[in-house]
Design a protein around this ligand. Structure first.
Ligand code: ADP
Ligand code: MG
Length: 362
């Protein structure tokens, strides 16, 4: 009889001023970051931004030059990796190909000198938890990529770690399987409640899975927030650019108003900073306006430069009167775009007051 694994006592992580240099450049530049107990936090950033370095510093495989790392109340910066009580999953499964599934999962328990019958029980439970019950005696080479990654996951959770670290664990899988595993990993996290730090460079994966996302660039945390805030209220141009597609319209701030050309924009209420002189335009938030526009819409006129059919949606390229080219996405629903615009057509685009976001050009 096996019973699925239960919620573990998880730990918060507190990182302060964590710094790591390679030669003259910062891989981590004074990183401050809190991961709450039981939280699923994703480190998202381009290649070379420092995600792996940060994860390896949490794991203890990379020794930072300075800074503090606490698990719960305990300073951990000098604790060797094997005493940190955490599970890890990498992009490459790092499984032993000549051993069975069960032997792979049991490996860390054997190192910990746990009695044989308890090992068997725990391995079965862990395999059950990742939906590989009954696969224990198979060889690794008999498994698909998704199944191998689940074995790696079972191996990481089998000793009930209080922290789980994952570095691009799904990036070797094809798109369909990757999306399936995202949902599965998220469900598993909800069941086990282990504090999880997850690394990806895939923004959609981050938005799908995370409680919060820390966007990293050049070894620095650019913003840490929930997926919705990150996407809809990016703190700076880097975040706005990296997550989703956007175009930026230069605006002039004058006496609390923002002007695009001569037109005063209708904006969300709130203080206006003269440095926030770019209006962010997301393709799906621009609407094609035909006839009477409502009071809350900012209207931009332009000319259609191209129409791209993308199956579930259309993407229009529109050159605005001011010269900036923007993208507009329309859903391919029966009545979403009654008339699909054609290249060369004059067009009016509306941006609702509530969808206006001004950000800093830096
Ligand atoms: P990411 O995982 O976000 O792609 P990394 O953390 O691997 O980024 O790397 C961050 C930066 O640190 C990069 O510029 C990388 O070249 C550098 N770096 C990482 N590890 C080493 C190392 N062992 N020696 C020298 N430079 C390194
Ligand atoms: Mg990496």
């Amino acid at each position: 009889m096996t019973e699925p694994m239960k919620k573990a006592a998880s730990l918060p992580i507190t990182i302060q001023g964590l710094t790591k240099r390679y030669g003259g450049s910062f891989a981590l530049d004074h990183v401050d970051l809190n991961v709450c107990s039981g939280e699923f936090l994703t480190l998202l950033g381009p290649s070379g931004s420092g995600k792996t370095t940060l994860l390896m510093a949490i794991a203890g495989f990379t020794r930072p030059d300075s800074g503090s790392l606490r698990f719960g109340d305990t300073e951990t910066i000098r604790t060797p990796p094997h005493k940190r009580d955490l599970g890890m999953v990498f992009q490459s499964y790092a499984l032993f190909p000549h051993m069975t599934v069960a032997a792979n999962v049991a490996f860390s328990l054997k190192l910990r000198k746990i009695p044989q019958n308890e090992i068997r029980q725990r391995v079965e439970n862990a395999l059950e938890t990742v939906q590989l019950g009954g696969y224990g005696e198979r060889g690794i080479t008999q498994l698909s990529g998704g199944q191998r990654q689940r074995v790696a996951l079972a191996r990481a959770i089998v000793f009930e770690p209080r922290i789980l670290l994952m570095d691009e664990p799904l990036s070797a899988l094809d798109k369909k399987l990757r999306e399936h595993m995202q949902i599965e990993l998220r469900r598993l996290h909800e069941k086990l409640g282990i504090t999880t730090v997850y690394v990806t460079h895939d923004q959609r994966e981050a938005l799908t899975m995370s409680d919060r996302i820390a966007v990293i660039n050049k070894g620095r945390v650019m913003q840490i927030d929930g997926p919705r805030e990150i996407y809809e209220r990016p703190a700076n141009k880097f975040v706005a650019d990296f997550i989703g597609d956007s175009t930026f319209l230069p605006v002039t701030i004058s006496g609390g108003d923002a002007l695009y050309g001569q037109t005063v924009l209708k904006l969300e209420a709130g203080p206006r900073n003269a440095r926030n002189n770019l209006l962010m335009l997301r393709p799906e938030r621009l609407q094609i306006v035909a006839g009477q526009a409502c009071d809350d819409l900012n209207i931009f006129t332009g000319t259609v430069k191209g129409v791209i059919y993308q199956g579930d949606s259309y993407l229009l390229h529109v050159a605005l009167a001011g010269g900036v080219e923007v993208c507009v996405r329309g859903a391919n629903q029966r009545d979403a775009m009654v008339v699909i615009p054609q290249s060369g057509m004059a067009i009016s685009l509306g941006l609702h007051r509530e969808d206006t976001v001004l950000i800093c050009d830096e």
